[in-house]
Write a protein that binds this ligand. Structure first.
Ligand SMILES: Nc1ncnc2c1ncn2[C@@H]1O[C@H](COP(=O)(O)OP(=O)(O)OP(=O)(O)O)[C@@H](O)[C@H]1O
Ligand SMILES: [Mg+2]
Length: 250
């Protein structure tokens, strides 16, 4: 089966005044399959957001290639954009609009007709339990309510590939569960989901494949089962720490 996302020696270097050359992403190579959930784990500053921003065409790589939905992120960014939904911490929400207006706006922007936007919008509002605040202005919403709005915005056009940067960070248990359920159903619909998280039990529960990156480099990649066998540990927390400390090979 053809990969939905394919990275080949992907690197991103930043020139930092104080730190000098920062290899935020350092020769990453891996694939993500359609109909699967791929988890990207790493400490703060490991390079997760930078990687995901390159895949979403928001940043250009220093070297290497990334193919997303069959298109090259550097030479065909518009085609890549038509295949993805991208969620990141600073996804813009217009404060004066309501969640329903934002979802509708982005659905229309991606070429959906009014009735499709309405029915899929209603589906997402229900799936994420947003009914109570869907018609309130964004600037009056809580963090979790805004996050649900961002997720609905990311998914309104039903893209085959979802790129989610810490989708459940800072959310209560019910909100997290609603989002995880939606991610699972996206997978069941055949979509490819790549997401970053610091919440190990979530990654353990839903990821088909897990990659651990450390200082921009791939340290380990596999399924939870292969990690359990290799490291002789049960919890992903412990496995993660072992990989980071021992420098486990990919
Ligand atoms: N614009 C930039 N200029 C210089 N350095 C940057 C820039 N953006 C990111 N970096 C550096 O690149 C590295 C990777 O950052 P990144 O945001 O990708 O990490 P992360 O894995 O998403 O971390 P976190 O878990 O904290 O979100 C860090 O050292 C960061 O300081
Ligand atoms: Mg990040």
């Amino acid at each position: 089966m053809e990969a939905a996302i394919s990275l080949n020696n992907l690197s991103k270097h930043f020139e930092d005044k104080k730190r000098g050359l920062v290899k935020a992403v350092d020769e990453l190579t891996f694939n993500c399959r359609p109909g699967s959930i791929f988890g990207l784990l790493g400490l703060n500053g490991a390079g997760k957001t930078t990687t995901l921003r390159i895949l979403a065409t928001m940043l250009t790589p220093t070297s290497g290639t990334a193919i997303v939905g069959g298109y090259n992120v550097q030479t065909e960014p518009d085609k890549v954009k038509s295949k993805i939904g991208f969620l990141t911490g600073n996804t813009g929400l217009y404060l004066r609009l309501t969640p329903r207006e934002i979802i509708t706006y982005f659905g229309r922007l991606s070429g959906m007709d009014t009735s499709a936007v309405k029915s899929r919008g209603n589906q997402l509002i229900e799936a994420l339990d947003m009914g109570e605040f869907a018609d309130r202005r964004i600037d009056k919403l809580s963090t979790g309510q805004k996050q649900k709005t961002s997720i609905a915005r990311t998914m309104i056009h039903n893209p085959p590939i979802l790129i989610l940067d810490e989708p459940t960070a800072g959310l209560d248990v019910l909100t997290s569960r609603a989002i995880i359920k939606l991610v699972r159903s996206a997978k069941d619909d055949g979509k490819c989901v790549i997401f970053s998280t610091h919440i190990m039990h979530e990654a353990a529960a839903i990821c088909d494949d897990i990659a651990v990156i450390h200082r921009g480099r791939l340290r380990a990649i596999g399924t939870l089962e292969t990690f359990r066998k290799k490291y002789q540990l049960e919890d992903l927390d412990d496995i993660f720490v072992a990989i980071i400390k021992n420098g486990g090979a990919a």
